[in-house]
Design a protein around this ligand. Structure first.
Ligand SMILES: [Zn+2]
Ligand SMILES: [Zn+2]
Length: 266
């Protein structure tokens, strides 16, 4: 049973209004014994239509989560962050990560050349299959430039939004380079169950990528719901566990003080 959710958002993220108290109480009621809060920090995110800038007040955030850790003895709380990465941000992100006592750092691609695939402007700039190629290519540039993360988040986030058939084997060379680099760095990848609530038939990344990661020697996966509301914490974990076992995975990881420990699946 998967009992740790390592990708969740609270009201410290621009796009969530959920209280930390609600998150903890929902997690406890639903057999989550370790909850890692990973609020968004996206430097240079263009302010969106709702006025979100995806910047995190790191001092207040760290203080609040540290207090939660101290005040909760019946659930393990971890201080995480989801960093939006673009290659040129690497020096700033490296400094930022060192300034706070994070347990866990997710590197994510939300922007390619400054555009979020969530918006139609992405399809205009990268029509058809180019939308996938550009996304994966930017991840490769990111993992070559930035090393101070623990897992790469939702590796194929782009497939949620572009209406082009998704055939990951068309991008084998690029995907292999990304996965090999992540493995060489001693980092992992995230299995993000939000894919299932966004109408996909798999958690991110596509099973093709998860299989390839194992074949290339990858060993570290974390599991995250990417919940922006308490009720989605731990969503689809039972299905995802079966899915991972069927692909040949035996363990998932949790992090404390940036160090992984491994837990048996099944
Ligand atoms: Zn994300
Ligand atoms: Zn997220």
């Amino acid at each position: 049973m998967i009992t740790a959710d390592f990708h969740t958002h609270s009201l410290f993220s621009s796009d969530s209004t959920e209280s930390l108290e609600n998150m903890i109480s929902f997690a406890k009621k639903n057999q989550i014994t370790t909850l890692c809060i990973t609020d968004h920090m996206d430097l240079d995110y263009p302010i969106d239509e709702k006025g979100n800038d995806f910047l995190l007040d790191l001092d207040s955030y760290t203080k609040a989560i540290t207090e939660l850790k101290q005040n909760n003895t019946d659930i393990e709380i971890r201080l995480g962050i989801e960093l939006g990465v673009m290659d040129y941000l690497a020096p700033k992100l490296t400094t930022l990560v060192k300034q706070y006592p994070f347990d866990f750092v997710i590197a994510s691609s939300h922007l390619v050349k400054g555009i979020d695939p969530y918006y139609p402007a992405y399809k205009d700039k990268f029509p058809g299959n180019l939308g996938y190629g550009a996304y994966f290519h930017s991840i490769l540039e990111n993992v070559r430039a930035f090393e101070d993360f623990d897992v790469y988040g939702h590796l194929d986030y782009v497939c949620r939004y572009i209406q082009v058939p998704y055939i990951p084997s068309d991008f084998t060379d690029l995907l292999d380079e990304i996965l090999k680099r992540i493995i060489e760095l001693g980092k992992g990848i995230e299995v993000n169950t939000a894919g299932l609530s966004k109408g996909l038939h798999f958690p991110h990344p596509h099973p093709y990528i998860l299989k390839r990661y194992l074949e290339l020697g990858g060993e570290i996966i974390t599991i995250g719901s990417d919940a922006h509301a308490a009720k989605n914490i731990g969503a689809y974990f039972a299905e995802t566990e079966k899915h991972l076992l069927s692909l040949g995975y035996k363990y998932y990881a949790t992090y404390k003080d940036r160090k992984p420990s491994f837990h048996k699946l099944g």
